[in-house]
Ligand binder design. Sequence first.
Ligand code: HEC
Ligand code: HEC
Length: 243
Amino acid sequence: MRQTSQISKLTSLSAGFLALSLTVFCASFSASALANDAMPAAPAAEAVKPEVPGKPKSDPAAGEALYSNGDVSRGVVACVSCHGANGKSASGTWPKLAAQHAAYTAKQLKNFKEGTRANPVMMGMAAALTEQDMVNIAAYMAKQEPSLGVAQNKETIELGQSIYRGGIAAKGVPACAACHSPTGAGIPAQYPRLSGQWAEYSTAQLMAFREGVRKNSAQMTIIATKLSDQEMKAVADYMAGLH
Ligand code: HEC
Ligand code: HEC
């Protein structure tokens, strides 16, 4: 497809440049983090522990059963009805969950239950889940193949790419790639995969962070506050085709 080949061309052209600009970005990022403690911390500074002591051990098979069938006796709705077989949802109303980092997915379910991520549909779904259910489903989703997508809007690909890779210096917006990785695969455990996600969903999340509906990440709230609707849509569309 034309768009896909255009994206891969853009990607390979700027791969070398990216490594350079990421290094430059990280240097300037730490400098500005020192100057302003409201700035989010760079990921490299944070230790990543895959096994958290005192947390339940995951059982992906139990997660698969609950994801696919729900549990009527406990009021758990089958996740598959919206999020699709293997976490590959059919439309941008429902996010893809396939190949997402387990710790991130479990955190989101907890946040829905606590209400720091205020989505009426998912607050209802998560209310019926125990912490063990959350960890199990998250482990099952993390084992699925990533679901790829395609950017739809040719006019905004360049803008989206420049925001993703370089941020917007004039507005103090950091490069998304610094935390979500150059390919959009994310960095376990805190930084989620964005690659291939429906643009409609990613745009809605950026807006939810900006409007304070999603209050579960100070880092993302600061960043989203600085983005216009047009910039959000451009970067979300670019991420949909990124891999
Ligand atoms: C009726 C449809 C529906 C069902 C059923 C459903 N979800 Fe969701 N889910 C949604 C919607 C809509 C969102 C986006 C919420 C938002 O905008 O914050 C979502 C978001 C999520 C997210 C956040 C994804 C991310 O990238 O941050 C997770 C995790 C999730 N759902 C897990 C589940 C699990 C586990 C189940 C089954 C127990 C489930 N969902 C059942 C509709 C549904
Ligand atoms: C300083 C690190 C950092 C940077 C830079 C960053 N993010 Fe994030 N982002 C995060 C974290 C952490 C989360 C997960 C928040 C949570 O736990 O709910 C996140 C979550 C998201 C989500 C929600 C994903 C989902 O599945 O719901 C989107 C969309 C997103 N970021 C887009 C962006 C975009 C676009 C940029 C660049 C303009 C960006 N991020 C830059 C740290 C960062």
